[in-house]
Design a protein around this ligand. Structure first.
Ligand SMILES: C[S@@+](CC[C@H](N)C(=O)[O-])C[C@H]1O[C@@H](n2cnc3c(N)ncnc32)[C@H](O)[C@@H]1O
Length: 239
């Protein structure tokens, strides 16, 4: 079906309206060119980013390492000998940093849908964290014990449609909350990425009932324009 720009007024699907509006904003520019322009802009911003440069110099696989480093410096989460579960670990910078601190007497178990290159003292499981078989594998890798700390930087593939991204994120968070009894030690801590939005108040409420203290953190290394920030929940009140 061919659509005229003015057809957007008749459409009931809001996503179609959005894409038509985007086309109308520059009807001369083919979509492929707009996409190429966007990825060029992303590549340029990435190359100029201070934290990307710092990550390259320090051997971290992602600039995300500096978000965890900053949070850890301020809140002293990671200690030598700890058992840590890293959810949404690829490409692996949080696992790199964590395993450097936990050392040979500690253990990091990392999970992601995507593969990662091996990291010393890190046991990696490739799969969907929401899958209960993967959660069973995590317990085995943790030595049939729960973790002292869960760090979760998982985020679904973003569609750019706020309501869809929020719903996908909520599913991930729900899986984490449901698994806490099995995967986190009493008095353990959880650091978890969230997006600003309507559900935030509910999320905080759930965490407040499960942990003794919950705080919001927006690290300097998190891009200002990003809606992400982190909730740090301390002292898990296991049932
Ligand atoms: C922002 S990246 C994490 C970066 C990582 N913290 C680092 O330092 O390298 C988010 C990751 O979440 C993963 N992810 C999303 N949904 C997932 C799921 N259901 N199970 C496991 N990993 C998932 C993605 O594959 C992606 O690699």
């Amino acid at each position: 079906m061919l659509l005229n720009y003015n057809d957007s007024f008749k459409l009931s699907n809001p996503n179609l309206k959005l894409s038509l509006r985007a086309l109308r904003s520059n009807p001369q520019m083919p979509r492929q060119t707009q996409k190429r322009k966007k990825s060029k802009h992303w590549a340029q911003r990435h190359l100029n980013d201070t934290y990307v440069k710092k990550a390259n110099q320090s051997g971290y696989r992602a600039r995300a390492a500096f978000k965890l480093e900053e949070i850890n410096t301020r809140h002293k989460l990671i200690k030598p000998g700890m058992r840590i579960l890293d959810l949404g670990a690829a490409p692996g910078s949080w696992s790199q940093l964590s395993s450097q601190i936990t050392g040979t007497h500690g253990l990091v178990v990392a999970v992601d849908l995507l593969p990662i290159q091996p990291i010393k003292n890190v046991q990696f499981i490739q799969g969907d964290f929401c899958n209960t078989d993967i959660q069973a594998q995590i317990i085995v890798q943790l030595g049939n014990k729960a973790a002292d700390l869960i760090i979760c930087d998982m985020s679904p593939d973003l569609t750019g449609i706020r309501i869809t991204d929020q719903a996908n994120m909520e599913n991930l968070l729900q899986s984490v909350f449901n698994s806490l009894e099995n995967l986190l030690n009493p008095n353990g801590d959880l650091l978890i990425k969230v997006f600003e939005g309507q559900l935030l108040a509910d999320l905080r409420k759930s965490l407040n009932s499960l942990f003794k203290k919950v705080i919001n953190i927006k690290p300097d290394a998190s891009r200002k324009q990003s809606r992400e920030f982190y909730l740090l929940a301390r002292d898990f009140k296991a049932a």
